[in-house]
Design a protein around this ligand. Sequence first.
Ligand SMILES: [Zn+2]
Length: 155
Amino acid sequence: MGYIRSARNEFGPCIFCDKSHLGKDEENLVVHRGENAYILMNLYPYNNGHLMVSPYDHEEHFDALNTDTQVEMMTLTTKAMEVLRSSLNADGFNFGANFGEVAGAGIKEHMHLHIVPRWIGDTNFMPVMGHTKVMVDGLKETRKQLAEAFSKNGK
Ligand SMILES: [Zn+2]
């Protein structure tokens, strides 16, 4: 019930609340769901396989979340790295979050963690991504691959 409650938050439309609705995971690029948080792909990725871990609760700051949610977000992050390593052969990761506008948060109202897979020699790859609409098809392909990997990986 947590995510249903938080989906109707008092702050107006929020993509992280919207995407936490059940039933549209493919369209919303959701790859995995936990009890208190879920994993989705970034529509404007820094790199192929750029994932975000977001709580169902609409909170701006990590410390506003209950401990169960905080712990689960870290567990999901670990799982995300495992999946990116096994499915996409990631060589490394950038992992982090921006809290508040001053820190560069794109959507500050609903906190989320970023996991960006990195490959040796990928630095020239990034500017290519993010522009073209063709990307969405690519994202859906990757989404399918990752969602399958998460389901094999267990809960
Ligand atoms: Zn929200």
